[in-house]
Design a protein around this ligand. Structure first.
Ligand code: BG6
Length: 485
């Protein structure tokens, strides 16, 4: 399959941090279809050669095992091209259209790795230049909008130029192997489905914890905050994967219809429930892994009086027959003690315990980070009874599935996976506009309540699991966050 992949924002952070390394991995694994061209588009003037040298230099910042050798880079670089464009100038799009037409590739993917403020103008201009035919797809990076109204405005422009099936909204969490495995676990095995409901499950926790602070992204982050950056998209997408009904088929729309139903079933927030069920925090100076780190307000490009949240924990429910009454706890934060992304499915305790001691119930842990894997926590007898001793006390033990060990040669990173899907036109792992708008609709009352609340985020010390109010919120239901059990 011949393809043209056009990267708008071709010299930007996302391109060299995520997209180029992912494209190189796909190339190295022989998964990038031969006969492709990758065209980086940006504002300044440079030659293909200068752009290749720029990318080569940036690879030095990638982890060692993912760096190309000189020979590998020389081959990869043949795919790379560069074009200067002023994104508001119709003539520049006409030039691009000629470049694309001259080759006549079977698939053309326009990847918008720019600020979302530029999405409307790029989509309009692509449409006006006729770069929206049926072999063209457009990939839109998050954040797609700042609130419901801005997301709808962007979607309107996108729709005016592209059909829904041509517009691929990326949420890179959906490309993580653990998410594929969650689908496989639920819909490829009959084992868990009878248990996957309120009768057997006591609570679900989704934690997306990061050790890093905001680094040099202070200006972006301060306009965004943890709710928009991680909850509205990544955490909610994971929630839909956990809670959705089995789709009728593996078709993109069959899956996305079910995910949309979950988003529509989430209990809507009111000002009262925001106060009770949502905790926001902001990190103060502290220590992580023995290293002193500064507070959010001291970070570069962060105003000293910022009220931006770097931590959110919330409680919600999926209001349908399967999940009624089961709390879903979502939590994310910067400068937490660990880089740890996981979903914990806590099963109910046995109805009539016959063994002594109080036992933790079973749980299934789907680990996304730092490594992906599945852990099933069970209680087992150690079998060390002495004659005349008490009845057996049970000990927790886990069945531990490490996917890197199970499939050592097959691992594909999230961006690599999603880029290949975009080129192949597989839409399953992209977010449809109605899902995305529904997710915004759901978070809006929280954003509104925060705007009116004079208290601001609660402080937490860097290197802790957020403000104590987060644990208290979960404890109210008689539960505890996973690391506290
Ligand atoms: C991005 C957020 O979407 O996801 C970042 O904008 C965050 O703030 C990142 O650090 C986390 O992604 P990952 O894959 O490293 O968990």
């Amino acid at each position: 399959m011949s393809f043209d992949l056009v990267l708008f924002g071709g010299t930007g952070d996302l391109t060299w941090r995520k997209l180029m390394p992912a494209l190189f991995q796909a190339f190295r694994h022989g998964k990038l279809p031969a006969g492709g061209r990758i065209l980086a588009v940006a504002r300044d003037e440079r030659s293909d050669e200068a752009y290749r040298a720029f990318v080569r230099e940036r690879f030095a910042e990638v982890e060692a095992s993912k760096q190309p050798s000189d020979e590998e880079f020389a081959r990869f670089a043949q795919l790379l091209h560069y074009r200067r464009m002023d994104l508001s100038r119709p003539a520049d799009y006409a030039g691009l259209a000629q470049w694309v037409a001259a080759r006549g590739a079977e698939t053309v993917v326009m990847y918008l790795a720019t600020s979302p403020a530029l999405f409307p103008v790029i989509c309009e201009q692509l449409g006006a230049a006729g770069l929206n035919g049926s072999r063209v797809r457009v990939v839109l990076e998050k954040p797609l909008g700042h609130d419901l109204a801005s997301a709808q405005a962007i979607n309107r422009v996108v729709r005016s130029a592209f059909a829904e099936a041509q517009a691929l909204r990326i949420d890179h969490y959906l490309g993580k192997p653990a998410v594929q495995n969650l689908m496989a676990l639920r819909f490829g095995n009959a084992l868990f489905e009878p248990l996957w409901r309120r009768e057997s499950i006591a609570s679900i926790q989704i934690t997306l914890a990061e050790r890093i602070g905001v680094g040099t992204r202070g200006d972006y982050y301060d306009r965004t905050g943890a709710l928009r950056d991680m909850i509205q998209n990544h955490a909610l997408q994971l929630l839909t994967m956990i809670a959705m009904e089995p789709p009728a088929s593996a078709d993109a729309d069959a899956i996305r219809d079910e995910k949309l139903k979950v988003l529509k079933s989430l209990r809507p927030f009111t000002p009262e429930t925001v106060t009770r069920d949502v905790v926001r925090g902001q990190y103060r100076a502290g220590g992580i892994a023995g290293e002193a780190v500064k507070g959010y307000l001291e970070e570069v490009r962060v105003p000293a009086d910022s009220r931006c949240e770097t931590f959110v924990a919330l409680r919600t429910e999926v209001q349908n027959w399967r999940w009624a009454g089961v709390p879903f706890y979502l939590r994310t934060g910067k400068r937490l003690p660990a880089r740890d992304a996981q979903i914990v499915v806590n099963f109910r305790a046995v109805p009539h315990p016959i063994f002594p001691g109080s036992h933790r119930a079973n749980k299934l842990v789907i680990k996304l980070q730092p490594e992906d894997g599945l852990e099933l926590h069970l209680l087992a007898a150690k079998g060390s009874l002495a004659i005349g001793g008490q009845a057996e006390r049970l000990s927790p033990v886990k069945l531990d599935l490490d996917f890197d060990k199970a499939f050592p040669t097959e691992r594909v990173g999230a961006y690599e996976r999603l880029l290949l899907d975009a080129l192949a036109g597989r839409l399953n792992l992209f977010v449809r506009s109605d899902e995305q708008e529904q997710a915004w609709r759901w978070v809006m009352p929280v954003l509104q309540a925060w705007e009116e609340d004079t208290a601001g985020p609660r402080p937490y010390t860097a290197g802790t699991w957020g403000p104590p109010a987060s644990s208290a919120m979960v404890a109210r239901d008689g539960h505890a966050w996973d690391e506290e059990t």
